[in-house]
Design a protein around this ligand. Structure first.
Ligand code: ARG
Length: 461
């Protein structure tokens, strides 16, 4: 009995140095369940097309069902010297049911089989990644609710910009992660097309009803062109892009939290459970999980870049290079799953230090509010900007804060300043003065948080 799916054509056994190099079973065994699912549907389609006797179709169905059960019961059994998961499943089927098993591959190629497997895999796994992101978003929303009216500085160029609510800051990260959730959904939809019926490249010669097959497997459509389908991995690249952007967002959140929990900022306290110590310096409490999330974003970016480079020089049709799609895809998935879990755990245990964030939100970062005050009194903004710029220069030279100025001192800079400047120029007045729905205005932030909670409740099933 021949050892490989293609041995008939060859006189000599393959050189292990060349053959073993091409084996994908150690990693594509992850597609086992999807491979069996696809084969069950293919056998049905062949039978409906009259290309398979009902009795053979029946024993294939029974054989594949038993294989699926055994693989689910004992995942370690899905293993061995086989070339790939497709060879393994077919080999097991033939071992169980004999000749009928040899009829399963009628009109079908591994080229479309690997594509259908990957598409089915992504379709069932992407929702799990969306759930992992949802948990991070929920942790951010929870912290935003707990932060109440606490204020902090926002930054541009990593220099204090304007006061914001701590909740507004936390929800800024939630907004980015919500886009990632949606982007993963779009990647899932792109993968949701049936490639079976494409054959090796030219299409199958059996009267398979591809629409019925697509419906049977839950695909929303059939691919448009068999030649394109045999080497189309756009859906894999889209998935890698979606995971990479999500990793970039988690990395940026991690970077913020590394800074904000440092001695220099001290805006949040990192829980002991989220940190590690130093083997030498007893005082250290290191944000290792956050650093690892930041570091792992590099892996995801590498996987996306790697797949695109693999794709770019391929001649039309399937090429074995495409086997290189799976490891980056699986690793990107694992990386995002563990990174989201770690980030969610760290975020949910953060303790805000509102006295520190509040203190940092006062002083010169109110300069824009001072300029707006003058604009409110009729001064053109450009001129107000100059007046306040001179004020800032003076305050810095004297080592004083805006809040320390007497009314006479205010009026020395401009006679337009009146008594109310002291209540109008505060961090709290500043956030209240923001007007747009996306701003840090406390009412706007409250609405955003309510919307986010409604989304979390609706997306949580
Ligand atoms: N292991 C292969 C892959 O992952 C399956 C498809 C093989 N097709 C072929 N013509 N050799 O791409």
């Amino acid at each position: 009995m021949s050892q490989h799916l293609w041995s008939g054509r060859f006189e000599a056994a393959p050189d292990p140095a060349a053959f073993d190099f091409g084996i994908s079973f150690p990693f594509d065994r992850r597609l086992f369940e999807d491979d069996v699912t696809g084969s069950l549907a293919w056998a049905e389609a062949l039978a409906a097309a009259g290309a398979l006797e009902p009795a053979d179709a029946q024993s294939i169905r029974e054989g594949l069902t038993a294989i699926l059960e055994q693989g689910r019961r004992d995942p370690a059994w899905v293993n061995g010297p086989d070339e790939d998961v497709h060879s393994f499943v077919e080999g097991q089927l033939v071992a169980r049911i004999g000749d009928a098993g040899r009829r399963l591959h009628t009109g079908r190629s591994r080229n479309e089989q690997v594509s259908v497997d990957l598409r089915l895999y992504l379709r069932r796994r992407i929702p799990l990644l969306q759930d992992a992101l949802r948990a991070v978003i929920a942790a951010l929303a929870e912290q935003a609710a707990r932060a109440g009216d606490a204020l902090m500085p926002s930054y541009t160029h990593l220099r204090r910009a304007m006061p914001v609510l701590v909740s507004h800051y936390l929800l800024s990260h939630a907004a980015a992660l919500q886009r990632d959730h949606a982007r993963l959904g779009q990647a899932r939809e792109e993968a949701n097309a049936l490639p079976l019926g494409s054959g090796a490249i030219a299409g199958t010669g059996y009267a398979v009803d591809t629409d019925a097959l697509a419906a049977r497997l839950g695909f929303s459509r059939v691919v448009a062109n068999s030649m394109d389908a045999s080497s189309d991995r756009d859906f894999a690249a889209t998935f890698l892009y979606a995971t990479t952007v999500a990793m970039v967002h988690l990395s940026r959140l991690a970077e913020d939290l590394i800074l904000f929990t440092s001695e220099e900022f001290g805006y949040f306290e990192l829980a002991d459970a989220s940190a590690t110590g130093s083997s030498m310096m007893p005082q250290k409490k290191n944000p290792d999980p956050l650093e690892l999330v930041r570091g792992k974003a590099g892996r995801a970016i590498g996987h996306l870049t790697g797949l695109l480079v693999t794709m770019k020089g391929l001649p039309t049709g399937y090429n074995k290079d495409l086997q290189e799609d799976k490891e980056p895809l699986f690793d990107a998935e694992d990386t995002l799953a563990v990174s989201a879990a770690a980030t969610g755990a760290v975020v949910s245990r953060l303790t805000l230090r509102p006295e520190r964030t509040g203190r940092a939100a006062s002083g010169l970062l109110l300069a824009t509010d001072v300029a707006d005050y003058l604009v409110g009194r009729g001064m053109p903004f450009r001129q107000a900007h100059e007046v306040v710029g001179a004020m800032v220069r003076q305050l810095l030279a004297d080592g004083r804060e805006i809040e320390a100025l007497s009314l006479a001192e205010w009026q020395a800079f401009s006679p337009l300043f009146a008594e109310d400047v002291k209540t109008r120029v505060t961090a709290w007045a500043s956030v209240q003065a923001r007007r747009t729905p996306q701003s840090t205005n406390p009412d706007a932030v409250r609405s955003r948080l309510a919307e986010l909670r409604a989304w979390l409740a609706a997306s949580g099933q």
